[in-house]
Design a binder for this molecule. Sequence first.
Ligand code: NAP
Length: 246
Amino acid sequence: MSQARQVAIVTGSSRGIGRTIALELARRGMSIVVNYHSSESEAQGVASEVRALGVDALCLQANVADPDQARGLVEQVHAQWGRVDVMVNNAGITRDKTLRKLTDDDWLQVINTNLGSVYYCTTAVMPIMIEQNYGRIINISSYVGQAGNFGQANYGASKGGIIAFTKTAALELARYGITVNAIAPGFTETEMLSKVPAEVQEKIRARIPMGRFGKPQEVAKVVAFIATDADYITGQQINVNGGVYM
Ligand code: NAP
């Protein structure tokens, strides 16, 4: 269908990779739902940027780690705009500690925010997409879910879980015209990466064959490709990582 009539929800799009995905899909003519948890003014700013591109934007607060709020977000969009074509499950957090220091709360918060939200939003959007016989579900995983990373057992488990979830969802939903894919960025220049100490950042950079961190735009362009031009791609993990994991 024409992208000009499509509706895309991007979870966690008040900043970073999510914001850039929202703007990239807006450039393709989609109406955009900017979701955030706590950064209201940033999210309103992104919605204004989207509208400046000549498309509609809704700015909706929802903690997608909470099943009721995640489902409520999707229901609100459906009630207002009548369809959901693209669901980008991007919201994510880190609580980095070695396993010896990790608490149950660090574990549960990260698993529920990063992986639980993908399950809640996917199952909420599924009936709408089945009814449409069309949908693109794009889950933002990570290189860490494939390769592991020191101090990120909780984060890596959540991101590896996303890849496994993506494959099963792709199998179950293919017959309804719905594709489900995971994008696995490497280290990308956002606030999340800026929390990593400078000396650790340098060590990471030294391991990247392309010799630099990725830019949010480089992830967003791949998301936009999957959302618009990749009709026969499903169940895949697509790496955008400068060669750090092959
Ligand atoms: P970021 O700059 O920290 O932004 C995270 C976004 O997620 C914010 O908009 C935040 O909104 C939102 N968010 C967090 N918890 C939420 C919740 N419970 N409900 C709704 N929104 C929530 O992170 P980023 O680097 O752009 O990362 C985006 C995604 O890419 C994440 O899934 C991350 O794991 C993944 N990724 C990042 C990298 C990297 O190097 N940066 C690499 C691989 C994968 P609020 O501020 O309102 O909470």
